[in-house]
Design a protein. Structure first.
Ligand code: C2O
Ligand code: CU
Ligand code: CU
Length: 456
């Protein structure tokens, strides 16, 4: 009898315990390089429909790369030649897009280059020097992107520097932020009309596919975090109480100099690199959280992301961080053309446009000349924020929300808040061909808030 009561109590308490039980911080597996040639990274990547444990120990039907959600991390060095043998075992077409990487247009994985169900293809490109940073990969079949990403298809792509400016021995962590929504049977729920309008946000937040994991640190240590927002629409306003976030980089790699913040906004598809020096006392703990941010119409609450647990060891001596990370030359703005792209929404009719046009892959919207520099002004005439992303070329933000950018950095995604503008310079070097630019709220992209650029 006693035993039975205990069992019942355990059952009742199960949910409570599930959220309180400590999950150790874990990172996605790094994809194995099958090449033995120096400077060549050759990997196998397969997308398929499968089942994995995401919540409450139950099996959820997902779309996964190599049976993992998120997918395995691809890690390469600047200058490497990358060969990806991709197989599509999904019941629908897909592509693999290399978000932020400067690759030839026919290797970019855009919506024109579908890989049909059961088909394979090889993606192959060389990683430019100077592009060390945190990138990612995800599908891009038009109209299906949001759902395929929600079903689990996303992975990180880390490019390491030939000459790393940060001292050796700094522990490093990848933090992939995704969110999702589940029904009572732990299955991912399809998107509603509301999701399409606002951009789908889930009520469960994952850090590398785990819920509220715990990262163990020692007082005095400095850790490096590569944080990737792989969510369809959720914004994260990162904050770690009593700790500063020393930002050292963004989408296209390291800053020139570190900049200290108490909070950092991460729009969908953006990445940041931060150093955190843990100087609370041994034995204490603190929670990395996302603070409320109003992106227009979506209520957002303070949300815990992961827990940091200090060991009882005596404080370690923090490493010395260099004042200069790398030089970044501002793009020489001998400008060929200046353009304006305007985001507009008609939410009621699920009508999302750029320059009053919906995406049409048979139309070229913008033609640029190879090797020239352009200035793009992105205007948001809508009532919600839209993160603007350009494929294939990193740009330098000149002006954001009416203020000049305080320092030079490489970006591929810039958030354009409701009613505001962003202005950037971009050089179309090396590759001709067709690329996409779009809002990275994936539902908006699928609905047509996307245009094409041809570099000739
Ligand atoms: Cu993250 Cu068009 O892509
Ligand atoms: Cu992209
Ligand atoms: Cu949008």
């Amino acid at each position: 009898m006693k035993f039975l009561i205990l069992c019942l109590m355990t059952l009742n308490a199960q949910n409570l315990f599930a959220s309180q039980m400590e999950v150790p911080f874990k990172e996605p597996t790094i994809l194995i390089n099958s090449s033995t040639t120096k400077g060549v990274v050759e990997v196998q990547l397969t997308a398929s429909k499968t089942k994995v444990q995401l919540i409450d120990g139950k099996f959820t039907e997902v779309y996964a790369y190599n049976d993992m959600v998120p997918g395995p991390t691809i890690e390469v060095f600047e200058g490497d030649q990358v060969i990806v043998h991709f197989k599509n075992l999904l019941p629908e077409p897909t592509t693999v897009h290399w978000h932020g990487l400067h690759v030839p247009s026919d290797q970019d994985g855009g919506p024109m280059d579908l890989v049909l169900p059961g088909a394979s293809r090889v993606y192959s490109y060389t990683i430019p020097f100077g592009s060390a940073g945190t990138y990612w990969y995800h599908p891009h079949p038009h109209g299906l992107t949001a759902n395929q990403v929600a079903m689990g298809l996303t992975g990180a792509f880390i490019v390491r520097a030939a000459n790393e400016p940060l001292p050796r021995g700094i522990p490093e962590h990848l933090v992939t932020l995704t969110d999702n929504r589940f029904d009572g049977n732990s299955q991912i729920t399809p998107s509603t009309k509301m999701d399409k309008m606002m951009g789908r946000e889930g009520n469960v937040i994952f850090v590398n596919g785990q819920r509220s994991p715990t990262l163990n640190v020692r007082s005095g240590e400095t850790h490096r975090f590569r944080i990737l927002n792989a969510s369809s629409a959720r914004y994260y306003l990162l904050n770690l109480p009593n700790h500063s976030l020393l930002q050292i980089g963004t989408d296209g790699g390291l800053f020139e100099k570190p900049v200290s913040y108490s909070q950092i906004l991460l729009a969908p598809a953006e990445r940041v690199e931060v150093l955190i020096t843990f100087n609370n006392s041994p034995g204490s703990s603190v929670e990395m959280q996302s603070l409320p941010y109003d992106r227009g119409g979506m209520g957002s609450k303070k949300t815990p992301l992961f827990r940091v647990q200090y060991s009882n060891e005596l404080p370690a001596t923090p490493p010395t961080i260099p004042n200069v990370l790398r030089p970044i030359d501002p793009i020489d703005t001998q400008v060929a053309v200046e353009r304006t792209f305007t985001f507009t929404e008609d939410m009621k009719n699920l009508d999302f446009r750029i320059n009053d046009q919906k995406f049409d892959m048979n139309r070229v919207d913008t033609v640029a000349k190879l090797g020239t520099v352009e200035i793009w002004n992105i205007k948001n005439d809508g009532d919600m924020d839209h993160p603007f992303h350009l494929h294939g070329f990193q740009f330098q933000v000149l002006n954001h929300n009416g203020a000049p950018s305080p320092y030079v950095t490489w970006k591929d995604t810039v958030n354009v808040p409701k009613g505001q503008t962003a202005r950037f310079a971009v050089k179309f070097d090396n590759y001709r061909g067709i690329r996409m630019y779009h809002c990275h709220i994936l539902d908006h992209e699928d609905l047509g808030m996307m245009g094409t650029l041809e570099v000739k």
